[in-house]
Design a protein around this ligand. Structure first.
Ligand SMILES: Nc1ncnc2c1ncn2[C@@H]1O[C@H](COP(=O)(O)OP(=O)(O)O)[C@@H](O)[C@H]1O
Ligand SMILES: [Mg+2]
Length: 504
């Protein structure tokens, strides 16, 4: 894209009352000091951006003019083959025109932004502009037009081992993401590794204290099983004995009870037997007659027989119970000693099994902890290696970038990175010519450096714009830029502006 100046007209702009500049391939502006040469450059930046050529705000009103004086600049430019007439006037406030049509400030600026980048334009137009920017902006502006080396190109420069480490992961992640990922992994697995190592040590200590592992746990368990069975048998046996004892007690109680009833009955029968027959009536005291006496006697026999029968029945019941009792022979005493022995043995066996199982668990926990520790160590080592490889990658990429940028320039060299104490690279930006930093260069050298930079920026951005070389009398000769050249020189004459075509 090419920007070509055609005509510039100034009215009441700084010391200029009315001037028209027609531009050619080369436009010469000559005159004494203070003739208004530099102001021509300012007029161009002012009509476009409202600033002087260095980008500072500018009030163009002639100092000795009255309040009503209006400053006015018009610039006819061809942008990519299309003519545009930019206009700006200022009395108290600024007014904007595109192709003589009044525009709002925002409309004007928007239109301009759509034509070209302001910063790029100023850097191409004014050989000093680029260097007035913050170093980061300088760096960004230059690198904006230089493509970064491809991952493939950088990988090719790495050692085989680093290349193999990064090649696959870089297909999935960007370099920055990959670095973040593995830095985080190093950070977190460093901690988890420490914890795993501590756990392994703790388990080792526990293991050294508890070394009761038995090889034949199964055998022990079988023995426990046998003892359980035996204990159950004894328990069942005891239960039976218990039942017999209860039954015997019950029968014996019944027998005791009935026996005392038999004794009572005996006494009762004896009493009846010994009863004397009363011969007087108990109420009237008259002697009883024979039939009455007989009746009493009969009554006593009747009662006697009844009670004897009752007694016999009781005796029969007692005998029955006694016979039943012989069905439950007195059992042998319960064997507590054997039971206790079994319990003791069971306890010992179970404790041994538990200890052994705990030991076995400790061993497997320890094995697991060691495996985890080893896995984490491997992860850690891998991530650290990747982080290192990324460092190497970045440094190689910087080298490639530097040589790519260096290749663009003839006399200028560009410093893009500086190496920190820890070996890491940090972005920086400094332009040097013949080993001298830009800030230390003479006016002429600065202009030359600026022109070389313009050439590169123009080539890389594919934007060709006019360049205004002010104070050109300080340089003997210089390479002309690709775009139009406007040269301002001090010469002992009145302001004189002329242009030539095709001859730089
Ligand atoms: N706002 C202004 N009104 C009138 N004159 C100005 C104004 N600003 C600067 N000047 C003067 O205009 C003259 C031209 O300046 P300049 O363009 O820098 O001259 P040159 O580059 O030719 O030496 C200088 O004498 C300067 O003092
Ligand atoms: Mg000047």
């Amino acid at each position: 894209m090419q920007i070509v100046f055609k005509t510039l007209t100034l009215e009441n702009f700084k010391n200029h009352k009315s001037v028209t500049v027609n531009f050619g391939d080369v436009t010469y502006i000559q005159g004494r000091n203070g003739a208004g040469k530099s102001s021509i450059g300012d007029a161009i930046s002012w009509v476009l951006f409202g600033t002087d050529i260095s980008g500072s705000k500018l009030d163009p009103r002639p100092i000795d003019s009255g309040e009503g004086t209006e400053s006015k600049v018009e610039l006819l430019v061809s942008i990519a083959g299309k003519d545009v007439l930019f206009g700006r006037t200022q009395k108290k406030t600024a007014k904007y025109f595109i192709n003589e049509v009044p525009k709002k400030a925002t409309e004007f600026n928007e239109f301009l932004e759509n034509q070209f980048d302001k910063n790029l334009f100023l850097s191409l137009f004014n050989p000093g502009h680029f260097f007035t920017q913050h170093w980061q902006d300088q760096r960004n502006q230059l690198l904006h037009y230089v493509s970064e080396p491809l991952n493939k190109e950088v990988l090719a420069e790495l050692s085989q081992i680093d290349r193999e480490r990064l090649e696959e992961p870089l297909k999935k992640h960007s370099l920055d993401d990959l670095e973040k990922l593995h830095r985080e992994k190093v950070r977190s697995s460093d901690k988890t590794y420490e914890r795993a190592a501590e756990r392994a040590v703790t388990l080792e200590e526990q293991m050294s204290k508890q070394s009761n592992k038995i090889d034949n746990v199964e055998h022990f368990k079988k023995e426990v099983e046998l003892l359980h069975k035996k204990r159950t048998e004894i328990d069942e046996e005891n239960e039976k004995v218990q039942k017999i004892i209860i039954e015997r007690n019950r029968l014996e109680g019944q027998i005791d009870n009935l026996t005392s009833q038999v004794a009572n009955q005996k006494a009762l029968v004896q009493g009846i037997k010994e009863e004397s027959i009363k011969e007087l009536c108990s109420t009237c005291g008259q002697p009883l007659d024979e039939p009455s006496i007989q009746k009493v006697k009969e009554d006593r026999v009747k009662r006697f027989n009844k009670e004897v029968a009752k007694g016999k029945d009781l005796v029969r019941k007692v005998n029955e119970l006694k016979a039943k009792l012989t069905d439950y022979p007195e059992p042998a005493e319960i064997n507590r000693a054997e039971l206790n022995e079994i319990e003791d043995k069971l306890m010992q066996l179970q404790m041994a099994i538990r200890d052994s199982e705990q030991s076995a668990n400790l061993e497997s926990d320890h094995k697991e902890a060691m495996e985890k520790k080893e896995a984490l160590r491997k992860e850690l080592v891998t991530s650290k290696a990747i982080v290192d490889a990324i460092k190497e990658f970045k440094s190689k990429r910087s080298e490639l970038m530097v040589s790519k940028v260096d290749d663009l320039f003839m006399t200028i060299s560009v410093k893009l990175y500086e190496t920190l104490k820890n070996g890491e690279e940090r972005a920086t930006f400094e332009i040097e010519m013949d080993g001298k930093p830009y800030s230390k260069l003479s006016t002429a050298e600065k202009i030359k450096a600026g022109l070389e930079l313009i050439e590169v920026l123009s080539k890389q951005s594919e934007v060709i714009a006019p360049t205004f070389v002010d104070n050109a009398e300080s340089i003997l000769n210089f390479t002309a830029p690709a775009g139009q050249l406007i040269v301002a020189r001090v010469k002992d004459e009145d302001l004189n502006i002329k242009y030539v075509e095709g001859n730089k």
